[in-house]
Design a protein around this ligand. Structure first.
Ligand SMILES: [Zn+2]
Length: 185
C-alpha cells in the first residue's frame, strides 16, 4: 500500500497498485470526459480554422475573378470609347472639309459678284452721262423747234395763209398759240 495524489481531484488516497492514477472510478471518468471534451474542442477549432481558410481562399478567388472581370470590362469600354472618339473626330474633320469647300465656293461667287458690281457701276455712270448728253441735245432741239414755230406763225399771219390742220394739231399738242397776239399785228 502507498499514499498517492489523485490526478483529477488532487486528494490523497491509499492504493495497492502504483499505476492507479485516480482515487475513484468517478474521478477516472471525469478525467476521461474532460480529455474527450478537450479533444472535441481542438477538433472543432481545427475545423473552424479550416473553414475560415477555405472561405478566405474562396473570397480571394472571387475577388480575383471580379478584378479580372473589371479589367476586361474596362478594356472593352476603353476600346469602345476610343472608337467612338475616333469616329467623332473623323466626322468632324469631314464636316470641316465640307464647310471649307462651301466657303471657298462662296468666296469665288463673291469675287465674281464684286467684279460684276464694279462693271455695273461703270455702265451706270456711262448711261447717266449719255442721258445728260441726250437731254441737253433735246433741249437744244426743242428751242430750235419753238423758234421755227414762232417764225412760221408770224409768216402765216403776215401772208394771210392759215396753218394747215396737221400743223395746227402739232401746235395744239405742244401747247403753242395758233394765232398772233392782237398787239403784234
Ligand atoms: Zn479523485
Amino acid at each position: 500500500m502507498s499514499t498517492q495524489k489523485c490526478r483529477e481531484c488532487l486528494a490523497a488516497f491509499e492504493s495497492g497498485r502504483p499505476t492507479q492514477l485516480y482515487c475513484s472510478p468517478s474521478c477516472s471518468r471525469a478525467s476521461r470526459d474532460r480529455r474527450r471534451a478537450e479533444k472535441r474542442r481542438a477538433t472543432s477549432r481545427a475545423t473552424r480554422q479550416t473553414l475560415v481558410a477555405v472561405e478566405r481562399a474562396n473570397a480571394q478567388e472571387r475577388l480575383l475573378q471580379a478584378e479580372t472581370d473589371y479589367q476586361r470590362r474596362l478594356r472593352r469600354e476603353t476600346t469602345s470609347a476610343e472608337d467612338r472618339f475616333h469616329h467623332a473626330v473623323l466626322e468632324r474633320d469631314k464636316t470641316i472639309d465640307q464647310q471649307l469647300t462651301q466657303l471657298r465656293h462662296l468666296a469665288a461667287v463673291n469675287l465674281d459678284l464684286c467684279g460684276e458690281l464694279a462693271e455695273a457701276k461703270a455702265q451706270t455712270t456711262e448711261l447717266r452721262l449719255e442721258i445728260a448728253r441726250v437731254l441737253h441735245s433735246q433741249r437744244g432741239d426743242a428751242q430750235d423747234l419753238m423758234r421755227l414755230a414762232a417764225r412760221l406763225l408770224q409768216l402765216s399771219d403776215h401772208l394771210g395763209i392759215p396753218l394747215d390742220r396737221p400743223t395746227a394739231e402739232i401746235y395744239r399738242r405742244r401747247g403753242w398759240p395758233t394765232s398772233m397776239p392782237a398787239r403784234a399785228r
